[in-house]
Each structure stands twice: as structure tokens, then as C-alpha cells.
Design a protein. Structure first.
Length: 302
């Protein structure tokens, strides 16, 4: 039969005529390095997931109990929190896939019942892994997770930290530093000021606040760098253009989510969304365009 090679195999994978590669789901469950076997990869993913879970809990506890003039609902609108939550979801999913792929590779044939069977099915790789639509959704989620993490770090360390703000835009913000020197205020304009030590806005108020700041703005991107280099062998998707459109669409959707969050909580996730900070609606528009176009630029690091 001439059309037989185009039919899917019994395991749900397409024939070699359709796709000359392993599905992205399997590549997420295999390290690119031959010296990292599957059992070690499961341990590594378990350690990473444990660290991410602990960081998410500590950050959430800090933000809930932090003194703020805004409602606790501000947490769900903050870009740093959203990007960290995406990292958590991705690490949870890939750990489950890697674990069941190693220890329960043929669970579909075993007809496992009860709670154990339901849990294994929930944790296992999807059926019909050769589905291009399913692969597209997963690779888009993977790309969004990495891009949001990289963009979050870039925005904070190169834009937000350089801006002196009087409000609480961003979470948490560097506190204004007291003036140096003991001269009278009459001679203050003429007094020589000792420059502040670098990174005092991060490390100048105790180790725990520094830990929270680094967890929000550096930890997620560090995890995704480790993910890309060590934990998975996912290749760049063929549909790069569609991925770029999807990334920019979701970045734009976040700006809408942030605007809605301001209506609900009066909280700005970024200082450049506040007209009082940047001076005009045109400046907000330019910052927003830069935010949207930063996302596809970050994708090229994948």
C-alpha cells in the first residue's frame, strides 16, 4: 500500500518519512551529554525541582508578609513572579516525564489501575508524541519559560536597578541610600561625597533580602541556562517564525495583564508603565515596544 509509510506507528510516533528526529518530549527527558545517564538525569532534575520549589515558597512567603501599600494580589501581576512560576511548572513537568520514562517506560501496556495508575499516567509522556501540534505547544512553552527568565534578569539588572524611583514599582526595589558625609546641609553641595559601594542596593540590607532579589531576578535564568546546557537535548524548532509571533503575542498579553493589575491593585510591575515616572504616554509606548521586542531577541540564546 503506497500510503502505508505515512501512517503512525503503534507507539504514536510518525514514520521516518514524516519526521527525521525524536519528539521534543523525549529530548526534554534526555541530556545531550553521554556521560549523564538517565538515572543521574532523574537525580539532577529532582535536585533542581527541589531548589526551585523551595525558592518559590520562600519568595511567596516574603512577598506576602512584606510591608506594602498595595494588595497581596499584586504578586500575581508581577513579571518576575510569573517568570519564576513558569520555571517551576516546566521543571515539574520535565521531572515527571524523565522519571516515568526511566522507571515506567511501558505503563500503557501494564493497565495499571487505582491511584498509582492514575498518578503514573498523569506524570508520563503524552500519547502520540509525534503530533506536531503537541510538539509545537510544548516547545513554545519551553521557549517562553526561557525567554521570560532571561528578559526578567535583563530588565532588572540593566534598567530597573539604574532607575531611582520614589514609589514601589517592581518587586522589591532598591531602597534610597542616605547621603554620605557629615557636613552641614549648608555645605552639602560643596562637600565631597564618597561613592556608594557597588551592589549595596542588593546586599546592603541583609542576606535574606539579597537572597530574595537574586531569587527573583537571577535564579530563574540561571536554572534555564543549566537546563539548556545540561538537562535537555531539545533542538531549535523548525517553525521559528511562528514561535517568534507566539512570543511577541504573549509578551503583549502580559502588558495587558499588567494594565489590568494596575486597575485592580494600583500597582505597576515596572516603573516605565507609570506615567508619573517616565513623563508621557509616548514614553510608556516606547518602553512597551522595547519590552515586546526584547523577547524574540532573548530567544536567540536558546
Amino acid at each position: 500500500m503506497d500510503s502505508a509509510p505515512l501512517l503512525q506507528n503503534a507507539d504514536g510516533l510518525p514514520s521516518p518519512n514524516v519526521m527525521q528526529d525524536h519528539p521534543a518530549f523525549l529530548r526534554a527527558s534526555h541530556s545531550p551529554w553521554s556521560f549523564i545517564p538517565q538515572n543521574i538525569l532523574v537525580i539532577l532534575r529532582g535536585v533542581v525541582l527541589s531548589l526551585v520549589t523551595a525558592v518559590v515558597i520562600l519568595v511567596l512567603n516574603y512577598e506576602i508578609h512584606e510591608q506594602s501599600e498595595f494588595s497581596d494580589w499584586r504578586i500575581v501581576f508581577d513579571f518576575a513572579n510569573i517568570s519564576l512560576f513558569f520555571v517551576f511548572l516546566y521543571q515539574l513537568k520535565t521531572f515527571c516525564w524523565t522519571f516515568t520514562h526511566l522507571y515506567y517506560p511501558h505503563h500503557h501496556d501494564r493497565h495499571m489501575g487505582g491511584l498509582e495508575g492514575w498518578l503514573i499516567r498523569r506524570m508520563s509522556l503524552p500519547k502520540h508524541m509525534g503530533s506536531l501540534r503537541k510538539q509545537f505547544y510544548f516547545t513554545l512553552f519551553y521557549t517562553i519559560t526561557a525567554v521570560f527568565a532571561f528578559a526578567n534578569s535583563t530588565i532588572y539588572f540593566f534598567i530597573t536597578r539604574q532607575h531611582k524611583s520614589d514609589d514601589a514599582s517592581g518587586e522589591p526595589q532598591p531602597e534610597p541610600q542616605p547621603p554620605n558625609g557629615t557636613a552641614s546641609h549648608v555645605w552639602a553641595p560643596y562637600a565631597e561625597k564618597t561613592p556608594a559601594a557597588p551592589f549595596t542596593d542588593i546586599f546592603g540590607e541583609g542576606w535574606f533580602r539579597a537572597f530574595i532579589i537574586l531569587s527573583l531576578y537571577a535564579f530563574g535564568s540561571s536554572v534555564m541556562v543549566f537546563e539548556i546546557l545540561v538537562l535537555n537535548s531539545i533542538r531549535r524548532p523548525w517553525t521559528v517564525g511562528i514561535h517568534l509571533i507566539g512570543i511577541m503575542f504573549l509578551a503583549t498579553a502580559y502588558l495587558g495583564w499588567a494594565a489590568f493589575g494596575h486597575l485592580v491593585t494600583n500597582y505597576y510591575p515596572f516603573f516605565w508603565l507609570d506615567k508619573n515616572e517616565v513623563g508621557s504616554d509616548e514614553a510608556i509606548t516606547l518602553y512597551s515596544i522595547g519590552f515586546v521586542f526584547l523577547m524574540p531577541i532573548s530567544e536567540f540564546f536558546l
